[in-house]
Ligand binder design. Structure first.
Ligand code: PNW
Length: 492
């Protein structure tokens, strides 16, 4: 019964014809990228190495042995890429600054003027086209020197260096950038970087402690940057600042109380881990209970900082959903964080998947999950303004005729369904302000290298990195123009 109900809801969102007029007029539509995934130019313009340069050089870390040295060469083609953003009618562009382009060794002693110039060029080109920049300060590419000399996110000293870097960005770009994001997905850095070890810096030796420490220092770095912005720049520059959390939706696999408890616990371990300290000044109770002394504590000074640096908005990166059941034995193997949660399944007990499959092993298409997540966050965190800062799906990199590769029907259905979910969440009262599709271009998909393609625009890796817009880019163009009839016309 439950299963039929869900599938019906799932189908409903796919079939709902979403249009621009389902969203408030001031709702922002944009597209997103990150520096290491697209820029390349790794040795140009005075850029220093980051932990991803080092990590990709270790054997066996990246599925196709690739790296971001050239990536999709956005460093040289940013003008062409910004033309594309404009062509498809997006009003905003979320990108990240590479910390080691601004401070090559991360320490904040000498600003690299070429780096400042590069981002000035991007920001100015965007504004010329009427595209609003949304800038992420940290999207995983920590300057390598900070990792090697002091242990990166494991050392509280990093807060100080992040503060100098953030301050420098506000001072140089804040006259034109009005939307700042401190840190992208601290959860993924903590878990993949320090527990599972599949992301830089690739640690897993001490995974009962390090993920929590890395998270703690990211939370403090975020709060410090917010506090600098709010005390020193906000009045004069008039912008907003927030952070980006990633969260899957968790749906209880049955009405059994223990499954519901496991589901609530999982949301606390994903969202509450970060939003708890940031909004309530403390980690969620279930985390404190479960982890005891392994969870760092906030000092009175830290609590004061957290209390006085509330973000203006929360960015949510969301891709997929999970059905959650309680299990009594832990399945996490050596990985402490997974072991603590005591749950996780992706499929129905009968074996039917929660949604159609994307290319990445973890990605299932379930638009209703985003709707529920937005409603949950609004209710749980006092109706805070939310931007969906990433949402999208990937295709496998396969050999096929170009016109077939460009006709990304499932991605069009994905966006239609998820946007219908966002529109419904807004109707139900969620305070959602904007939506960013991930991603503008096919790009370096971290440990999956170039084998997964999330782009609205296909990048031909074998033919000079030529850009070819996919059907989904044209779908967005019609949608954004408010060309309802054509948008709602079935794509296939
Ligand atoms: C995001 N998960 O990461 C990142 O912000 C992007 O840089 C990345 O390209 C994109 O998602 C697609 O992977 C995530 O397993 C990676 O739930 C994995 C998960 C969530 C977010």
């Amino acid at each position: 019964m439950r299963k039929e109900e869900f599938l019906k809801e799932h189908q409903d969102l796919f079939h709902k014809q979403v249009s621009r007029s389902d969203f408030p007029p001031d709702f922002v539509f944009g597209v997103a990228t990150s520096a290491y995934q697209i820029e390349g130019g790794s040795n140009e313009g005075g850029r220093g190495p980051s932990i991803w340069d080092a990590f990709t050089r270790k054997k066996g870390t990246i599925i196709d042995g690739s790296n971001g040295d050239v990536a999709v060469d956005h460093y040289h083609r940013y003008k062409e890429d910004i033309e594309l953003i404009a062509k498809f009618g997006f009003e905003a562009y979320r990108f990240s600054i590479s910390w080691s382009r601004i401070f090559p060794d991360g320490t904040g002693t000498k600003v690299n003027e070429d780096g400042i110039k590069f981002y000035n060029n991007i920001i100015n080109s965007l504004l010329e086209k009427g595209i609003e920049p949304y800038v992420t300060l940290y999207h995983w590419d920590l300057p390598l020197h900070l990792e090697e000399s002091m242990g990166g996110w494991l050392n509280k000293e990093i807060v100080k260096y992040f503060a100098i870097y953030a301050d420098t960005c506000f001072a140089n770009f804040g006259d034109r950038v009005k939307n700042w994001i401190t840190i992208n997905e601290p959860l993924q850095t903590s878990i993949n970087g320090f527990d599972i070890g599949i992301f830089a810096p690739g640690r897993h030796e001490n995974s009962s402690v390090e993920p929590y420490l890395a998270a703690h220092n990211q939370i403090l770095a975020h709060a410090t940057a917010v506090s600098i912005y709010q005390s020193k720049y906000r009045d004069q520059q008039g912008g907003k600042i927030g952070l980006v959390i990633d969260c899957e939706w968790s749906e209880a696999n049955s009405d059994k109380i223990e499954d519901k408890v496991a589901t609530a616990r999982r949301l606390e371990f994903q969202l509450g881990w970060y939003l708890g300290p940031i909004y309530d000044g403390e980690y969620p109770e279930i985390m404190r209970e479960t982890l005891g002394d392994k969870l760092p504590k906030f000092s009175e000074e830290d609590k004061n900082l957290l209390r006085n640096s509330k973000p203006d908005f929360i960015g949510i990166n969301h891709y997929t959903s999970r059905f959650i059941s309680h299990i009594t034995e832990t399945t996490g193997g050596p990985y402490f964080y997974k072991a603590q949660q005591i749950e996780r399944i992706a499929e129905w007990e009968g074996g039917e998947p929660i949604g159609e499959k994307g290319a990445s092993e973890w990605l299932y298409v379930c638009p209703w999950g985003l709707q529920k997540l937005l409603t949950y966050i609004s209710q749980r965190y006092n109706n805070i303004p939310i931007y969906v800062t990433e949402n999208g799906m990937d295709d496998e990199d396969i050999d096929a005729p170009l016109d077939e590769l460009l006709d990304d029907k499932l991605r069009v259905r994905y966006f239609n369904g998820y946007l219908a979910g966002v529109a419904q969440a807004i109707k139900n009262g969620a305070n959602v302000k904007g939506y960013f599709a991930w991603s503008l271009l096919d790009n370096f998909e971290w440990c999956n290298g170039y084998t997964k393609r999330f782009g609205l625009v296909y990048v031909d890796y074998k033919n000079g990195l030529a850009r070819h817009p996919k059907s989904s880019a044209y779908w967005f163009k019609r949608f954004l123009k408010g060309d309802e009839e054509k948008t709602s016309k079935k794509e296939d």
